[in-house]
Design a binder for this molecule. Structure first.
Ligand code: MN9
Length: 290
């Protein structure tokens, strides 16, 4: 298994105007992340990959394309979570056969599942696939909030090896770090990378690393060396950019910025809207600040 530490891009996916996967463009995004952004790994099928809007077939296609194009150069994590547990298991088996280093699954959402149900969901995916699992916690989008005791119960399964912690709760992050020094803790909010690294996360997984991967690595490395002042300057620059991207429309703006790198990043799937001409211009201006 590859080292799962470091900077991971949550992979963007190129779609054509009708929402079909643009295979060539998606391969370019993978290559751009590896060759130009120098990331340590890719997180495939996450929120950033518009995963929850895709058919099972499309999800599989993206897992396959990303794995082929990565050519074993970086660590690969497949997000297979779905409130259709059968689908999650099917995708998990598929990604495992493709050679993904670990799986990840979002906490099951929408139905307000009990913690026992959530725990069974994770244990089922792990047991059925025989792969390792990174829990994906993003309560702002799922409504599922877990505390230290719940993480403790999940982590009792040795194959549940970490968490992508897309939460602003730094108290809980600190508690998790100290309670589970051997589990892999990822920062999930790019705008909080420095603060998370100060708390000794093992890595970070995020959407903006598709365009800001080099600066993110510097923040991560400086903070690990204790050079917080220098890192703060870079986090401020990053956050000016991230704030502008969020205001302009997160995923479509990141795709326009990728186009400035010469990458055929395509469009987002409906119901996401296409950017207006004005917002496309704005994206190009934001790109210049990278
Ligand atoms: O993968 C991403 N979360 C979502 C994590 O997109 C929902 C983050 O990278 C954010 O996009 C980023 C901007 O808020 O931090």
């Amino acid at each position: 298994m590859k080292d799962l530490k470091g900077i991971f891009s949550a992979l963007l996916v190129s779609f054509d105007k009708n929402g079909k996967i643009n295979e060539k463009g998606t391969r370019e995004i993978v290559r751009h992340n590896i060759d130009t952004m120098k990331v340590d790994g890719l997180y495939v099928g996450g929120s950033t990959g518009e995963n929850f809007m895709l058919s099972t077939e499309d999800k599989k296609t993206i897992f396959r394309i990303a794995m082929e194009e990565s050519q074993g150069k970086v660590a690969m994590i497949a997000q297979v979570g779905s409130i259709n547990l059968n689908e999650a298991v099917e995708l998990g088996k598929y990604a495992t056969e493709l050679g993904y280093d670990a799986l990840s699954a979002v906490t099951p959402f929408y139905y307000k599942f009990s913690f026992n149900e959530i725990k069974n969901y994770y244990n089922t995916i792990v047991n059925e696939t025989g792969n390792k699992m990174i829990v994906y916690s993003i309560s702002a989008l799922t409504g599922v909030m877990m505390g230290i005791e719940q993480f403790r119960e999940l982590f009792e399964n040795p194959n549940i090896i970490g968490v992508k912690f897309t939460e602003g709760n730094f108290f809980l992050m600190e508690r998790l770090r100290h309670a589970f020094p051997d589990k892999i803790l990822y920062s999930g909010f790019d705008e909080m990378l420095l603060s998370a690294t100060v708390l000794d996360v093992d890595g970070a997984i995020g959407s903006t690393y598709n365009v800001n991967g080099l600066r993110a690595r510097k923040i991560f490395e400086l903070a690990k060396e204790g050079k917080v002042k220098e890192a703060r300057v870079l986090q401020k620059e990053s956050n000016d950019m991230i704030e502008a991207v969020l205001t302009n429309g997160l995923f479509p703006t990141l795709k326009e910025m990728l186009k400035c790198y010469g990458v055929d990043a395509g469009y987002c799937k409906e119901p996401f809207e296409k950017l207006s001409e004005e917002k496309i211009q704005r994206a190009k201006e934001i790109f210049k600040t990278i």
